[in-house]
Design a protein around this ligand. Sequence first.
Ligand code: PLP
Length: 460
Amino acid sequence: MTQPEHDVLKAAQDNLWLHFTRHSAYQQSEIPTIVRGEGSYVYDIHGKRYLDGLAGLFVVQVGHGRHELAEAAAKQAQELAFFPLWSYAHPKAAELAQRLAAHTPGELNRVFFTTGGGEAVETAWKLAKQYYKLVGKPLKHKVISRQIAYHGTPQGALSITGIPAFKQMFEPLVPGSVRVPNTNHYRADEITGVSGMTPEEYGFWAAERVARAIEMEGPDTVAAVFAEPVQNAGGCFPPPPGYFQRLREICDEYDVLLVSDEVICAFGRLGTMFGGQKFDYVPDIITCAKGMTSGYSPIGAMIAHERLFEPFKGGDTMFAHGYTFGGHPVSAAVALANLDIFEREDLLGHVTANEPRFRQTLDDLRDLPIVGDVRGSGYFWGIELVKDKATKETFSADESERLLRGFLSKALFDAGLYCRADDRGDPVIQLAPPLIAGQKEFDEIGEILRGVLTEAWAQL
Ligand SMILES: Cc1ncc(COP(=O)(O)O)c(C=O)c1O
């Protein structure tokens, strides 16, 4: 190891505070340190190559090492490095807002920029509260969201999040958020207590739980429902057919805003520019971030239906909310260049054409005794691991700990695949490669997973 490499690793050990990380895991070993990326691959500090099976963190849509995005950032920094969107505009934010609005479904034309996804969720909740105050329904403030769903870490977004383990340490959080069942059809029997529901029946049942929750809370107190097109945490739950159509009807019936949290699902992850387009529904608000710049610079957005902006148009009313770096000129310029790549390379078409191949590659792993379910959409897939395929018995907390943290995460990484082994719900492995990936990368993913999952089963 060279001296500069040693210095970096020591600085990481001594001074970095990693996110969502047990630092104890690195007491005896170095912190994996990634130094560069090229296409669908990243390289660590020792020069070892890894397939980026998670696009960083569902972010790097166009792949690593794109010079034109770096150049767009440099050019913008020279021209206008910074100006806020507080009472002033700058050209790149305006152009990006217009371009996003052109891609959104319906009349979702009003773009409020943030620096990331959690802030976009936070912004959506605050807008929902103020909107209803302005239109004479001041009691409407509560939100409904789904079990095990992750919506971010600011205290409002965390309150909306449905993962108790992430919340307990920070209670009391923002009051007024309520959980309903998610769209995990694989576990529908356990969730409903009824066996053998078809996906359509389960979708209807799950959507009805939202209606019941609104009634329980009182429709005049509920402002919004937050749902991802495909729920990430728990392992890529796609919506059953008809689910979002029924949810849309319910939201309209009770005058509740439907917020589509597309922090992962927007920007081609599912093969459509916005996630809801894949499942044919039009929300009132979209929250997005991650893939907007493919991660070459941070930005997020809350995109609202024009009617939600109406009460803010006149008099002395304003949305007293903002972020210094929201809509940063450099990030906006990079986002525009990123969208140029999407168009030039037809990334949406590429994902749509390749989705069946990716799915097939992962479905081929179903012969392994540990693979219980394979589910997802576009370039966003989860593999649920089980102890017993026939009964769908899952692992105990101890076994899950040993399997995921003790073995799988490291074994997959050592084998050259960066992806996620997750236990926020039942144990899953999640895959979401850059959108430029194709069969060659799918095959590599399939081969590494087969080897490591076979070994995991043998170790159990
Ligand atoms: C659906 C969803 N919402 C919100 C967030 C939070 O985004 P950020 O980490 O950019 O704050 C995430 C992050 O993964 C997410 O997946």
